[in-house]
Design a protein around this ligand. Sequence first.
Ligand code: ADP
Ligand code: MG
Length: 754
Amino acid sequence: MNAPAVDPVDLGRLSQLSVTELRGVGEKKATALAKAEVANLLDLLTYYPRRYLDRTREARIAELVEGEEASVLVTVVESTSRRVRGGKVMVTVVVGDDSGTLRLTFFNQRWRERQLSPGRNAVIYGKVELYRGRRQMTNPVVDLVGDKTGRIIPVYPQSDKAGLHSWDIAEWVAEILRRTLPPNGRGLADPLPPHLLDEHDFITREAAFAGIHQPESMAEVTEARRRLVFDELFRLQLALVLRKRAIERTEVGVAHRLDGPLVQGFTERLPFELTGAQRRAIAEIGRDLARPVPMHRLLQGDVGAGKTLVAVATMLAAVDGGHQAALMAPTEVLAEQHHAGIRRLLDGLTVEDRGSLLAERPLRVELLTNRVPSAERKRILSGLLTGEVDIAIGTHALIQENVLFGSLGAVVIDEQHRFGVEQRAILRERSHGEAVPDLLVMTATPIPRTAAMTVYGDLDVSVLDELPPGRTPIETRWVPAPGNLEQAPGAGPAAGPTADALRPGSHPELFAGLEAEEIEAQLEAMWEEVRGQLDEGRQVYVVCPLIDESDKLEVASAEVVFERLSAVELDGYRLGLLHGRLGPAEKDQTMELFRTGHLDVLVATTVIEVGVDVPNATVMVVLDAGRFGIAQLHQLRGRVGRGAHVSTCWLVGEVTTEEGAARLQALVDSTDGFELAEVDLDLRGEGTILGERQKGRNDLKLASLRRDRDTVAAARRAAIDVVDADPVLESHPGLAAELAIFLDPDDAEFLLKG
Ligand code: ADP
Ligand code: MG
């Protein structure tokens, strides 16, 4: 009567069973599965359908309309091949359903003859043509579905070459479900805490796996997906939150005070009010600093949002408490700029001289890069060790072995994406003391909040989402001309547009009639305006086409642009050229000439992307803008709009895809980095964002950071609640065991042991 008391099967167990345990999976199929990264039963159970075929809603052949795209479920009647002109092979397949027949032709796909052998069932997707009075499709998309009787047929990613068919997978998954779920199996464990099941009104995990693989209705798929997506994101967030808490548990930090004289003196002396966002970020950082655990915080803020002030306030808090602080920048130019700027901000501030109690001495801010001469360097190194240097600003030079701080209390890293995790670890080891310094990483590459929760989930995040007042907005315009000015000097205007290029505006078809001369006129008008700005004393950046293939080609192309502009469009002005192959001295000299107004125009490759600050530069021309990503264009554009004068950004470039057009149009429509980041995520998907930090974490099979934004946030909240109530998941052994499958063993040990 009573079922025997056996534990239900958990995912860990499934992950230990090889696919060869299944009937019908021999060596050959196992090899094919391995190519699809499916080795065990868990992999197979989480090999989800790519789409579903709802038989009740498929069109019949008789209903197909010429000129429209459609999908039909058919049975192959006959399949033949023959050679046609030019040695090509043409495969002709006649397919049918109970309403009629349809002809498919495939060119140069000889294998179709074998794939579509008579009797096979397939879903065909393509454009319906009329050929000699008969309906046909040319090179349609084919999904083999096997002969299924269900109303809804899952279509799995399949590979004809590897001999992996959708119906095979459906069959194997069915076997797993049959052997696992009641009445035949022991059931599938569900480790999700019951309160979360309730709160989100989730179906059970058994129902979810059954529903995603063998749905009775599309509504069932939706519910199944909702549950499984949450599971994926919840596991990921649990790992991230556990990591964060484990670090907090195991590392001793410095409890800073925030009401010290330096922080106060600094904010009082500022010639302007902090923005609301700056105040918020400083308060968030302050709460971290006051705690005795080390801060790990990311400060996201668009170009010009005022991150430097937040960094300075953070560093001063450390100095107020008798410690030192360091700021690390990705390039020497940036480090030097920060050094000069921060020195100016802090000029006149004093610190207590610990040598003699009553005396004060000026706050000491030093620059340490590889360019600092060795005598100077010695002096600074000794000051770092004794604690006489309060704030060190520099590059990688700051994390070299011989650099030791007396008591490093806070570290700020600017433009974090240029630094690896190891370098951060090293920097934190540079201190003499026991305590681990607080760490603030800053980035001007905004990513959407939910993506940040995933990519930087082991960090806290503060956001500067407000620009200081009084900025003049940058006007952005898109000129749909080819961006390569690669003709010889004086060779005349650049070539006309290619026929199928897309044009500005959300309706590219409206621009289809744009004539080459009109585009030519737009280009000429652009240079005319650029010259107008130059004549008013403003300065101009021209960014050269991006050439991925080779640094050398990129330099060559920059040189050509430089020659061409000097001779033609910007003849008579003072132009400088900046690219990655110049020596540091040359680069510096050119930058310096531009900064001091001795050059009118800076022709450059993307080396100017980060941190260059010349308020008098008000025009940015990006050539071949279609080749840049949204984030990069936004960064480039951030070089202008820094002064009181109105700025303009010209994007010169043709695009040939909808996505490319959407990208440039987004830049025209918005200057808000976070808004652009959302667009970017929509256009490109999360792969690129996840790629930076999530390599190896491929647990996200169903979840999409884009589609499932709300679930990301919900999963993070849930993970924080669970971990804060139970820091090593003692009362959730099922969850802990499941996490361990997706973590490497050392990690699991670190995260799940008290
Ligand atoms: P980013 O976030 O790009 O690093 P910065 O910190 O360099 O931005 O700030 C850009 C400019 O804005 C600087 O010239 C800075 O002095 C100015 N700034 C920063 N905060 C404010 C503010 N609250 N009000 C007015 N100007 C500000
Ligand atoms: Mg900055």
